[in-house]
Design a protein around this ligand. Sequence first.
Ligand code: PLZ
Length: 449
Amino acid sequence: MTTATTHGGPQLPQERRLVTEIPGPRSRELFARKQSAVPPGIGTTLPVFVTHAGGGVVVDADGNSLIDFGSGIAVTSVGNAAPRVVERVQKQVADFTHTCFMVTPYESYVEVCEKLNGLTPGDHEKRTFLVNSGAEAVENAVKVARHATGRQAVVVFDHGYHGRTLLTMTLTAKNMPYKQGFGPFAPEVHRVPLAYPFRWPTGPENCADEAAAQAIDMINKQVGAENVAAVVIEPIAGEGGFIEPARGFLPKILEFCRANGIVFIADEVQTGFARTGDLFACEDEGIVPDIICTAKGIAGGLPLAAVTGRAELLDSVHVGGLGGTYGGNPLACEAALGVLETIEQEKLVERAAHIGEVMLSRLRALRERVDIIGDVRGRGAMIAIELVVPGTKDPLPAGEIAAKCHAEGLLVLTAGTYGNVLRFLPPLVMPDNLLEEGLSILEKALSGD
Ligand code: PLZ
């Protein structure tokens, strides 16, 4: 192991380096311990055990340095152990670690909320409160919408993912692995079609109009718009396979919500904080949600999530009606402030757009000559490939290609309702040479060259 790797962060050598097979002997030993101590329900994408990470690499217990196209599922957008995050968290951990914001408050929580009120789409008056996870944010957004409207029904979309708690698991579309055997589910959740251009039966050009018409018709006929508290939607479906709804779909759903007093909740847990080449993915079509849920990229890996929304909605809840012991923990708030500074000072919104251009141009060229690539899509540093059986749209599982990448030291993730999507979420601070090297490994794995 090289001497410079005693700490994580961007000072880690930014290189792919394989010194053992993947996983190496030390990781295999640790994985055996994992298997006897942790239930199999907690899966493993790639069984290498991490000791350091930073910039665009993850270093394992055997000294291998892998190119990171996952960011811990879109979390470490500013990089692992990002300097501004480390500095603030280290100071905070020495000052105080917890008081519970509901017992005795502290400034950093308020500052994070002020920043989110200012940065999220729309210039109306907003409020924010902080929780611990994406699921908790979505669950709380629905609580607020129900309280504010006095209605109960919630509308969600095909291919949607919103979490693993009882309500958010119910909001999630895919049965296996998220819901299988975990019922009964929460009541008053209704699912409608999503405008999925690649798989729309009458073709992508009709997708936005037809999907919106079907969704709205189902809401009107099966639920009754006047019973709907909220529509919950990801502006790009993440776990569902990086599905960008056909342009025009989101504005039509928003317009329907506005006309019927339905709270439009954008789940930006995966798409938020510069990931898509905008600070928030809703900005792409000028969508101003009533409530926006954020998590993941907000705090560089510390557990934090936020619910931001119209003041009149959030203020409708009685004193003490919202909260939790750890929500907005001081370490996580300091981390979030470090993340926001980093995004601004390192121009990471522009950087995400650049990563998207590099990835899309190489992957679209590859699509011309590799017949298992059905679709290349996404925005910014949130790009995916949908695999198909050549000459058809039948899903081709992505696991085998992902395993080839892993063996070569490129960490990629899979996704998709049909498990046939390879998704790429590099840290936005990844150097260009590593990005290009990662793409070359991917090209080789896909083309069999
Ligand atoms: N909403 C859009 O992407 C989390 C799930 C990983 P939590 N996605 C990663 C897994 O398999 O559990 C996610 C998301 C969207 C909500 C969530 C939930 O966020 O922080 O995992 O609760």
